[in-house]
Write a protein that binds this ligand. Structure first.
Ligand code: ZN
Length: 296
């Protein structure tokens, strides 16, 4: 999607963390353990940490003292968002906040949206490049590793594009919405094609689609829409990203047999289907916990 150049962007809900945090703890990208790394990424990809102590996060503590929190003061307009990835995340966050405030009673913004690269501390543990973007329920915070977008293209075969990046952010926002409306508590921790975790992930995809479907109507305080009407090729990019992070696609990518009993996020086809359900029909149709297994 393309931002209108003159839309004004409020960056107050977004922060960038840079420098400081040590890499290490988690071995990332080591050749001989490539498969393990891929499996780990698969298990966490676009995930929500339900426990606050998820496996795979190293425990919190250390490494954060020299981390710097930076405001995104350079992101002022839609033009900045079109030119710069971090500003794009900030502008999309502003739009997402305004959209969901109009859809959810007693809405609270995520506190905050954290952009990082490398690693950073969260109340859910130390996030690293291997963690991927995630939502941390105890903080109600969204963590987006901006280097993940390149991983999505290079390792998972997504076509890329600005909407695929915003789909990732909107998906994590979807977990926040599930938290606010109580469905996150229903999810449980078991895996499997019809499990609560799959239903939760598909709900987040549906919520992401709902925002994309409404995005061109959401305006800044002066009435300027954030985004220009979406094109088919941009929708295709978002669907490509949704397919790339399907459990079957991740397992195939890792050279494994596709095993639906181990699904945690849903198949590529399901992720696309629920994104389109939200896109075409809005958030009230995102009741993934209410549909029969055959309709997932
Ligand atoms: Zn997720």
């Amino acid at each position: 999607m393309t931002f209108n150049d003159n839309v004004r962007v409020d960056t107050s809900h977004v922060q960038k963390r840079s420098g400081g945090a040590r890499r290490g703890g988690l071995a990332v990208g080591g050749g001989s353990i490539g498969l393990l790394v891929i499996l780990f990424i698969g298990s966490q990809l676009l995930g929500v940490d339900l426990t606050g102590l998820a496996t795979g996060f190293s425990s919190a503590g250390g490494g954060s003292s020299s981390e710097e929190v930076v405001a995104l003061d350079n992101c002022k307009s839609g033009k900045d968002a079109n030119d710069n990835q971090e500003c794009r995340m900030a502008a999309a966050s502003d739009s997402l906040n305004r959209y969901w405030a109009s859809q959810v009673n007693n809405y609270r913004a995520p506190a905050p949206v954290v952009l990082f690269s490398g690693s950073t501390q969260s109340q859910c543990g130390t996030a690293s490049a291997a963690t991927g973007p995630f939502y941390c329920p105890p903080e109600e915070a969204i963590y987006v590793d901006v280097s993940f977008f390149e991983t999505l293209r290079s390792n998972y075969g997504a076509t890329g594009g600005s909407l695929s990046e915003m789909y990732v952010l909107a998906h994590e926002w979807g977990h926040h919405i599930s938290n606010l409306i109580g469905s996150l508590d229903q999810a449980g921790r078991e895996s499997g094609a019809t499990s609560g975790s799959v239903r939760l992930e598909l709900q987040a995809d549906c919520f992401a689609g709902a925002w994309v479907g409404a995005a061109q109507t959401i305006t800044d305080d002066s009435g300027v829409p954030f985004l220009q009407p979406i094109t088919q090729s941009q929708i295709d990019d978002a669907l490509s990203a949704a397919a790339a992070v399907g459990d079957d696609s991740i397992m195939e990518n890792a050279g494994m047999q596709v095993d639906p009993d181990r699904f945690t996020h849903g198949s590529s086809e399901q992720r696309q289907k629920w994104f389109m359900t939200g896109y075409e029909q809005g958030p009230t149709m995102c009741g993934t916990f209410d549909v029969a297994a055959s309709e997932l």
